[in-house]
Design a protein around this ligand. Structure first.
Ligand SMILES: Cc1cc2nc3c(=O)[nH]c(=O)nc-3n(C[C@H](O)[C@H](O)[C@H](O)COP(=O)(O)OP(=O)(O)OC[C@H]3O[C@@H](n4cnc5c(N)ncnc54)[C@H](O)[C@@H]3O)c2cc1C
Length: 322
């Protein structure tokens, strides 16, 4: 028996969430008195997972599996599960992984519990706390099948170092052409910026910023904080910002440690996508803006005065603490 951790990577490097799922897998393996094994796809330094408690990494080296493919990845993971006799599979709650999880659950006849925010409440049966209703509530869910898939919410459990002796093995799953189904012809991705999914801090702007010509406020604040930039839906609908930055119920989910909302009213559809961020700071001229009810910190003020001052103070702080 073992715990199997599915890790995500990009351009041969682990994504940040790989270390979080590895940390979760190690914790569960200890509870179950077994070992945590990971599967990785074309990663350059698979042994890095040894820092987070993984004792064996099955690294796939297959050019056909460089880009995420839900069918083929689910097939590869299910073969690793059979080889390692894994009963608990730990995955992230990223969009790609959630897409694969349904296919994997179908293949294995496994129970799947997404959006898990804490260590299991019980292991017999596996009982988990997860968010529901777009992060507005919690549910306690048990997995009653022989194999269970646990989807860990981003930034919920955290990354914990546990240096472990790691064995790296090449893994060659038997993938048929029909497992691929579709293949990526090209991928066009914004580079050089923190992505919303991976960022610890997200700076987000709404219609209160009046127009795209004022977005340097958001970008300058994001730069000084090393943050990703985001926006409300109307902002991307108006073409002020690309749709890739739209967050909320119909956009990307945000689970950052700090979410800064500037000139955003806090409509329920916006909050649905950002509720799971740990700390929310709101800057808005209207003291009755609904966002203040969901905020941890609030500044009632004009973004055009508050944000430049905040940038100035942060720069001073960084210079003094460099
Ligand atoms: C089915 C459906 C799905 C939706 N999905 C999403 C979604 O995924 N994401 C999303 O964001 N929206 C979504 N919406 C839209 C949502 O209902 C709101 O209309 C939208 O979030 C409002 O965007 P906003 O806060 O930028 O604009 P507004 O509601 O216009 O708010 C602007 C805010 O800026 C403040 N402000 C004005 N001037 C300043 C200033 N100088 N300084 C500081 N603050 C200022 C105002 O007080 C106001 O609170 C959805 C709607 C529907 C019906």
């Amino acid at each position: 028996m073992s715990v199997l951790v599915y890790t995500e990577s990009e351009n041969g490097k682990f994504k940040k969430n790989a270390f979080e799922v590895a940390s979760y897998g190690f914790m569960l393996a200890q509870e179950l008195k077994t070992v945590a094994i990971a599967i990785a796809f074309n990663v350059e330094n698979p042994e890095e997972l040894g820092n987070f408690g993984i004792s064996k990494v099955l690294n796939i080296k297959d050019a056909n599996l460089t880009n995420f493919n839900a069918n083929a990845y689910a097939e590869a993971v299910s073969q690793a599960i059979a080889q390692e006799n894994s009963k608990n599979i730990i995955i992230s709650s990223s969009t790609d992984t959630k897409y694969m999880a349904g296919i994997l659950a179908g293949k294995l006849n496994a129970g799947y519990c997404p959006n898990v925010v804490a260590a299991p409440l019980n292991t017999e049966p596996l009982t988990l706390k997860r968010t529901v209703f777009s992060n507005k509530g919690f549910a306690t869910t048990s997995i009653d099948t022989d194999i269970g898939i646990i989807g860990v919410s981003s930034n919920a459990f955290g990354i914990n170092e546990n240096k472990t002796q790691t064995e790296v093995l090449e893994f060659n799953p038997n993938i048929e052409g029909s497992d691929l189904g579709v293949s990526s012809v090209s991928i066009d991705k914004v580079t050089g910026k923190a992505t919303i999914a991976d960022a610890d801090i997200v700076v987000s702007g709404g219609r209160g910023l009046k127009g795209p010509e004022n977005w340097s406020l958001i970008e300058d604040l994001a730069e000084v904080l090393g943050a990703a930039t985001a926006c409300s839906k109307p902002v991307s609908d108006l073409g002020w910002r690309p749709h890739s930055e739209h967050v909320g119920q119909t956009g990307k989910p945000v689970s950052s440690n700090l979410y800064i909302a500037i000139g955003i009213s806090g409509a329920i559809q916006h909050l649905a996508g950002v509720n799971s961020s740990k700390v929310k700071l709101v800057i808005n001229t209207d003291p009755d803006a609904p966002f203040f009810k969901a905020a941890d910190y609030g500044v009632v003020g004009d973004a055009f005065e508050v944000v430049p001052e905040l940038i100035e103070k942060l720069k001073e702080f960084k210079a003094q603490n460099a």
